[in-house]
Design a protein. Structure first.
Length: 440
């Protein structure tokens, strides 16, 4: 078996930008072997084997700069934000707001005050559905989603539609996991109030043509929410260039701490929306019978925030910026191409799902014929290989594909070809243990 053991590094080339923001033929200058030294967990062993972490779509590992940022906050200047006028009370406020500016720069936001810190993308979508949605969506109004949405970009809209007697419509997908834009254009004729869709599918890895979809939705008079949880860590994102109205993402998927994330929205929308949560911090004045709200973004950040997580999120944004998101995307494109080619060649009967490599992020779902994905994941774990198994929080998508569950390998900046080679080794053992033929 001819499996490569080194990642070939080639100089970057110049080419027109593609939908995902990277040059179509750009080769990655990113060296995952060098970057792995920044992630202490990758030096650990599982069942006596080196950890092969292929579950970054569920949560990414954290580099030392993020861990150190969180640790330094708690060790050196732990105090609440926007309150203390003493020295260690001012430092966290400065660090917290600096993190907001770092995140804003990372996603191309024109104004840091348009970035609201949340616990994750799920909370950010709920914020929009509750605050904007309950003020603007009424009986008979249409909300357009897609068949590939994560539950986080589905259930909040279901609740809103049930409460307001609104209608949900869905953009279907093709058999290889790409959106039917022809159907989308038909759905826009009913003039939906809002269209919400994922930038990159967490299950199939499909990179959707979000700029084109946003343009079409705006021409039909709809607002647009983009779920960028799987995009911000992997492709260049510029919310101003995309012309979205709302863009959400989670920190823990972009090398940041758990419990961190953000909503970006256009200033005029945030200023028109009522608070989502009430209490301290989100107020300007409180009287016994009425209150006045704080300015944005603090109007939506009630109570003591997860200060350490926000600071860590800012550090993660700076870390990825230093690597360069064009190189991150090029690295994952090369890795996906290598993985798909290798799996097709070495395990021809392995069932693979999703679009071609050039339209896919670093996500590869698969099934071993006749073997439940949970069993696959359990056996791979014996080799120190971590993959996701289940419905990946996309049960409707799995129903559409007539699948009970899938196993999923997903990548990040620290993923190497050697990791993929080990996946093949582990899968061969799955085939052997279950007596499955590896060739048709």
């Amino acid at each position: 078996m001819a499996i490569e053991t080194e990642t070939t590094q080639r100089p970057a080339t110049s080419a027109p930008a593609s939908e995902d923001g990277a040059n179509a033929t750009q080769a990655s200058r990113l060296d995952p072997h060098a970057l792995r030294a920044d992630f202490p967990i990758l030096a650990t062993t599982v069942h006596g084997k080196p950890l092969v972490y292929l579950d970054s779509a569920a949560t990414s590992q954290k580099p030392n700069v993020v861990i150190d940022a969180v640790d330094t906050f708690y060790r050196e200047y732990n105090a609440n934000v926007h309150r203390g006028i003493y020295e260690i009370g001012e430092r966290p406020t400065q660090a917290y707001e600096r993190a907001r500016a770092q995140v804003a720069r990372f996603i191309g936001a024109p104004d840091a005050h348009e970035v609201v810190f949340t616990r994750n993308a799920t909370e950010a979508i709920n914020l929009v559905a509750y605050s904007w949605g309950r003020r603007n969506v009424g009986r008979g109004d249409v909300i357009v989603l897609t068949e590939m949405e994560h539950h986080a970009n589905l259930v909040p809209w279901q609740l809103l539609a049930q409460e307001k007697d609104a209608d949900l419509e869905f953009i279907p997908i093709t058999d290889d996991g790409q959106l039917r834009l022809d159907v989308f254009e038909v759905l826009l004729r009913v003039h939906p109030k809002i269209v919400a869709f994922t930038h990159v599918s967490n299950t199939l890895g499909t990179i959707n043509p979000v700029a084109e979809m946003t343009r079409l939705a705006h021409e039909a008079g709809a607002l647009v929410l983009i779920d960028g949880a799987q995009a911000v860590p992997h492709v260049p994102v510029d919310v101003k260039a995309l012309d979205a109205d709302f863009y959400v993402f989670s920190g823990h998927k972009m090398l940041g701490p758990t419990g961190s994330g953000a909503l970006w929205a256009r200033r005029e929308l945030l200023e028109s929306m009522p608070p989502f949560l009430a209490g301290g911090e989100m107020i300007r004045e409180v009287h016994l019978r009425r209150s006045d709200w704080n300015d944005i973004p603090w109007k939506f950040e009630a109570g003591t925030p997860d200060i350490a997580a926000a600071i860590g999120l800012g550090a993660a944004a700076e870390y990825l910026s230093a690597i360069g998101m064009d190189d991150v995307r090029a690295h994952e494109r090369e890795l996906v191409t290598y993985t798909l080619d290798l799996l097709h060649r070495e395990l021809p009967t392995l069932e693979l799902y999703g679009p071609p490599a050039d339209r896919r992020g670093g996500v590869i779902p698969f099934n071993v014929p006749g073997v439940h994905p949970h069993d696959v994941a359990q056996i791979l774990d014996r080799f120190g290989i971590a993959v996701r198994a289940g419905h990946n929080c996309t049960m409707p998508l799995h129903e559409r594909l007539d699948l009970a569950a899938t196993a999923r390998a997903s990548f990040n900046v620290y993923t190497t070809r050697e990791d993929i080679n080990m996946l093949v080794v582990g899968l061969r053992d799955v085939y052997r243990l279950f007596g499955v033929e590896s060739v048709s």
